[in-house]
Design a binder for this molecule. Structure first.
Ligand SMILES: NC(=O)C1=CN([C@@H]2O[C@H](COP(=O)(O)OP(=O)(O)OC[C@H]3O[C@@H](n4cnc5c(N)ncnc54)[C@H](O)[C@@H]3O)[C@@H](O)[C@H]2O)C=CC1
Ligand SMILES: O=C(CO)COP(=O)(O)O
Ligand SMILES: [Zn+2]
Length: 347
C-alpha cells in the first residue's frame, strides 16, 4: 500500500452569511453529536456568537474554549475537553485554527475550519504551526473535514490581515523557485501539479490586485479562494514546500528574534522581495504587487529594526536545514545581507 496520502476537505463553503448555516452543515455531515468551539477572545463575538446561535436553534450541544496562543499549553487545554464524539470548530485567525486543527488531530476527531479573516494559507491545509523552543515551522496534522468561510465577516476584518494573506500567497513565487532548486541540486521530491497550483494561486492575487479592496465581499472572496487553492497545493505535495521556501525561513527567523513579530504574511512578503533578488528574479514586480495590496515592503513599516533584518537573513538557513533553498547550506554573510536588504529597499 502506498504511504503517500492526499488529504482534502470534504466540503468547502466560501459565501457571505454562510456562518448562520453552521448547524445545517454539521448535521448534513453527521457532525452534530457534540461540538467544541475553539476561538479567541476577540473572535468570540465576531465568529463564535453567530455559530452558537445557529447550533442552539438546532438543539446541538456545544462547549466553548477561548485560546489566544498557538502553544502546546493551549493544545492540552483543548484536548482535555475532547471526547470521541466531539467535532472541533476552529473559529478565528491562524493561531486559533492551528490549535483546533492539532488538538483534534491528536484526539482523532473531526475538525471544521472557520476563518474569521484570510491572513494565511493554513486555513485549508493539513499542517499546523505551533511554536516551541525547538521549532517554529509547521508540522503534520490533518485537513479540515469542512471549511466554512463567511466572506461577509472576512471582508469586515482589518484589511491589514487580508493584505497579509495576499503576501503569504505571493511568497509562493520564491517558494517554488527554491523547491525547483532543491529538486535539481539535492534530488528533493517535486510535484509538478502542486507547484503549478501554487503558482496559479499566487497569480490569482497578482493578476487581481486592483480588485482587492477593504470592506468588499468580492475582495474577501478572491483572497479566500486563492488561499483555498494554495492550501490544496500543500495537500497535494503533503508538505508546505509549495508555499514555504527561503522567504518563510526568513520570517521564522524573525519570529525567533523578535519579542513582537509582525504578521506571518507580512514578514513572508518582505522575505519574498529579498529572496527573489537572490534568485535573480523580478523582485521589483513582487514589491509592486505587495504595495498594490497594501502589504508592507520595508522593515520600518512593520517596526522591525535594521539589525534584526540582517540577523534574520544570516540565520534563516539554520531554521530547517533539511529543506534546501537559495540560502544554501551556509547562509549569507553579514556584508551580503546588508547589500541585499539595502539594494531591495527593505532597510
Ligand atoms: N498551519 C499552517 O500551515 C500555517 C500556519 N500559520 C500560523 O498562523 C499564525 C498566523 O495567523 P494570523 O491569522 O496571521 O495571526 P493570528 O491568529 O494571531 O490573528 C491575527 C489577529 O487577527 C485577529 N482577528 C482574526 N479575525 C478577525 C476579525 N474578523 N476581525 C478582527 N480581528 C480579527 C485575531 O484575533 C488576532 O489578534 C501563526 O502562528 C503562523 O505560524 C501560518 C501559515 C500557515
Ligand atoms: O506558512 C506556511 C505556508 O504559507 C507554512 O510554512 P512552514 O511549513 O514553513 O511553517
Ligand atoms: Zn505562510
Amino acid at each position: 500500500m502506498s504511504n503517500r496520502k492526499i488529504q482534502m476537505p470534504r466540503e468547502v463553503y466560501i459565501d457571505p452569511g454562510i456562518i448562520n448555516d453552521t448547524a445545517d452543515i454539521c448535521k448534513s455531515l453527521h457532525l452534530d453529536k457534540k461540538i467544541l468551539i475553539v476561538t479567541g477572545s476577540h473572535t468570540y463575538d465576531i465568529g463564535a456568537v453567530p455559530v452558537i446561535e445557529s447550533l442552539e436553534k438546532a438543539d446541538i450541544d456545544c462547549d466553548v474554549i477561548k485560546v489566544d496562543k498557538a502553544s502546546f499549553e493551549s493544545i492540552s487545554e483543548v484536548e482535555e475537553l475532547i471526547t470521541p464524539d466531539t467535532t472541533v470548530l476552529g473559529i478565528g485567525g491562524g493561531k486559533v485554527i492551528d490549535v483546533a486543527k492539532l488538538s483534534s488531530y491528536n484526539q482523532g476527531v473531526y475538525f471544521v475550519s472557520m476563518p474569521t479573516t484570510a491572513s494565511h494559507d493554513g486555513i485549508v491545509s493539513p499542517l499546523a504551526s505551533i511554536k516551541n523552543p525547538n521549532s517554529s515551522t509547521s508540522a503534520k496534522a490533518h485537513s479540515p473535514i469542512a471549511v466554512i468561510a463567511d466572506t461577509e465577516i472576512i471582508a469586515q476584518s482589518p484589511f491589514r490581515l487580508l493584505s497579509a494573506g495576499c503576501a503569504d500567497l505571493i511568497s509562493n513565487f520564491t517558494a517554488i523557485k527554491d523547491w525547483k532548486l532543491a529538486h535539481r541540486l539535492k534530488n528533493a521530491p517535486f510535484s509538478e501539479s502542486a507547484a503549478s497550483l501554487s503558482i496559479m494561486s499566487a497569480h490569482l492575487i497578482t493578476d487581481n490586485v486592483s480588485n482587492i479592496k477593504p470592506n468588499l465581499e468580492a475582495s474577501a472572496r478572491i483572497v479566500m479562494k486563492s488561499l483555498f487553492s494554495g492550501g490544496m497545493a500543500i495537500s497535494i505535495a503533503g508538505t508546505s514546500r509549495p508555499a514555504s521556501g527561503s522567504e518563510h525561513l526568513f520570517s521564522h527567523a524573525l519570529d525567533k528574534i523578535l519579542d513582537k513579530p509582525a504578521l506571518h504574511g507580512e514578514q513572508c512578503g518582505i522575505g519574498t522581495i529579498l529572496m527573489m533578488y537572490l534568485h535573480d528574479g523580478d523582485w521589483r514586480a513582487i514589491k509592486n504587487s505587495l504595495k498594490a495590496v497594501q502589504a508592507p515592503t520595508t522593515a520600518s513599516e512593520i517596526g522591525i529594526a535594521e539589525e534584526d533584518i540582517i540577523e534574520a537573513l544570516m540565520v534563516a538557513h539554520k531554521i530547517r536545514p533539511e529543506r534546501y533553498t537559495i540560502l544554501g547550506d551556509n547562509g549569507i554573510s553579514k556584508e551580503a545581507a546588508y547589500e541585499l536588504a539595502y539594494k531591495t529597499g527593505v532597510i
